[in-house]
Design a protein around this ligand. Structure first.
Ligand code: 6PG
Length: 476
């Protein structure tokens, strides 16, 4: 008997994906750079399904039915290229290499083009949900050629998370579309986490609540419109007490957030696309600020002064923070979805944004009730310019904005950093503004660089002769 699918790279993510396929009745070919891991998997989990372990790449390939489906689960970058170089010569036209790692979408585009020339299908698939998701049902975002999805999709859909029986997996679009969407998922994940962290900080520093009390607040919010995996685990983390000191766990952890890079990639790509993902950018920068101990120490040593304002809030802090969190979250998602739409246009991917919201409803890290409303918004209006103008979100933000402003003001007055809340609000007000000071910036550009401007009252490009006496306007 041949295997329906193979997995190479059997560290915990690869191992769990392989087990998930096997548990769904598929025969799974196994391969790893060192055979020890392969043997271990079969010894420990062999009873869960049918596995065909191979020591060599050639045997592994030979154990697969055609078209061959080879899932690669190794580190992004060089290691992925090395595995592709090893397997591509062993495969035949129509076979598929599926990169399930967090690859950069430009690498995926490059690899897809190179393998296409050899008649191979390269599928860059975003997989979210961590180790548990990989085993019990991740959210899967496969890109690559549409034809490959016919032979591959059903297997991926089998192992994906389900919402009302519907799989959290869909063909996202060609070449790098899947990895692009996974990257933006992670960017949104960063923003969500930052906003939650700011909410916690305000409740603690302004509200004077202890972590355990804040855990209860998050648990409570998790029952409402904020209900999501990240809110749920936040409550768990805040509840945790450190065994060795008896202190709240959150107080014994060094306050320097690390990152593996997908959030940064999202912002880099957004800069190139010209999409203002300020919420994601602030969250990446907030991590960078936290992780810059030298600068923080210099600031502490210099005693940068803070405000003398009393720790008060002109409203019901808990209710206001919930509103600020919800409104800022809407902005972050609106920006992320706008980035997906912009890339889809730029690369001709034809991504259905509603389908992305749909497959993020379970399995992935940003899974949330909220995504149902995003799906509905795009189902109603696939070309929606921004989620903020959809009825549901417009309503939510209208209801939240007073509280949101109070929270941003409190944070500013009391010197508590809340870049996520503040920048989301600034973005919202920027969109709302009838006139932006961008007009002045155009004037400055024209002054120093003759960069020209458009007029509100007639067509054409104009330039003012700033250096002349009469500063006459000319057609540019
Ligand atoms: C997921 C996660 C996953 C991983 C991130 C963490 O969707 O399952 O996003 O991809 O946990 O890479 O990213 P940082 O280490 O950059 O926070």
């Amino acid at each position: 008997e041949k295997a329906q699918i193979g997995v190479t790279g059997l560290a915990v993510m690869g191992r769990n994906l392989a087990r998930n396929f096997a548990r769904h009745g598929h025969t799974v070919a196994l391969h790893n750079r060192s055979y020890g891991r392969t043997k271990e998997l079969v010894e420990e989990f062999g009873h869960e399904g049918k596995f065909i372990p191979s020591e060599s790449a050639a045997d592994f390939v030979a154990s697969l039915e055609r078209p061959r489906r080879v899932v690669i689960m190794v580190k992004a970058g060089g290691p992925t290229d090395a595995v592709i170089d090893e397997f591509a010569p062993l495969l035949e036209p129509g076979d598929m290499l599926i990169d399930a790692g967090n690859a950069h979408y430009l690498d995926t585009r490059r690899r897809e083009a190179a393998l296409k020339a050899k008649g191979l299908h390269f599928v860059g698939a975003g997989v979210s949900g961590g180790e548990e998701g990989a085993l019990h049902g991740p959210s899967i975002m496969p890109g690559g050629p549409k034809e490959s999805y016919d032979a591959l999709g059903p297997l991926l859909e089998d192992i994906a998370a389900k919402v009302d029986g519907e799989p959290c997996c869909v063909h996202v679009g060609p070449d790098g579309a899947g990895h692009f969407v996974k990257m933006v998922h992670n960017g949104i994940e960063y923003a969500d986490m930052q906003l939650i962290a700011e909410a916690y900080d305000l409740l603690r520093q302004v509200g004077g609540h202890e972590p355990a009390e804040i855990a209860a607040i998050f648990q409570d919010w998790n029952e409402g419109r904020l209900g999501s995996y990240l809110i749920e685990i936040t409550a768990e983390v805040l509840k945790q007490v450190d065994a060795s000191t008896g202190k709240p766990f959150v107080d014994i952890v060094v306050d320097q957030a690390e990152q593996k890079g997908t959030g940064r990639w999202t912002v880099q790509a957004a800069l190139d696309l010209g999409v203002p993902v300020s919420g994601i950018a602030e969250s990446v920068f907030a991590r960078a600020l936290s992780g810059g101990p030298d600068v923080r120490k210099a600031a502490a040593d210099a005693g940068l002064p803070g405000p003398t304002a009393e720790k008060t809030h002109a409203g019901d802090l808990k209710a206001d923070v919930e509103q600020a969190l919800f409104a800022s979250k809407i902005v972050a998602y609106a920006q992320g979805f706008q980035q997906i739409q912009a890339a889809s246009k730029e690369y001709g991917w034809d991504i259905d944004p509603g389908a992305m919201a749909k497959i993020w409803r379970a399995g992935c890290i940003i899974r949330a009730k909220f995504l149902d409303f995003i799906k509905q918004a795009y189902d109603k209006q696939p070309e929606l310019a921004t989620l903020l103008v959809d009825d549901y979100f417009l309503d939510a933000v209208s209801g939240a904005q007073d509280a949101w402003r109070r929270v941003a003001a409190t944070a500013a007055q009391q010197g508590i950093p809340a870049p996520g809340f503040a920048s989301a609000l600034a973005y919202y007000d920027g969109l709302r503004a009838k006139r932006l000071p961008a007009a002045l910036i155009q004037g400055q550009r024209d002054f120093f660089g003759a960069h020209t401007y458009h007029r509100v009252d007639k067509d054409g490009s104009f330039h003012t002769l700033w250096a002349t006496e009469d500063r006459k306007e000319v057609d540019a």
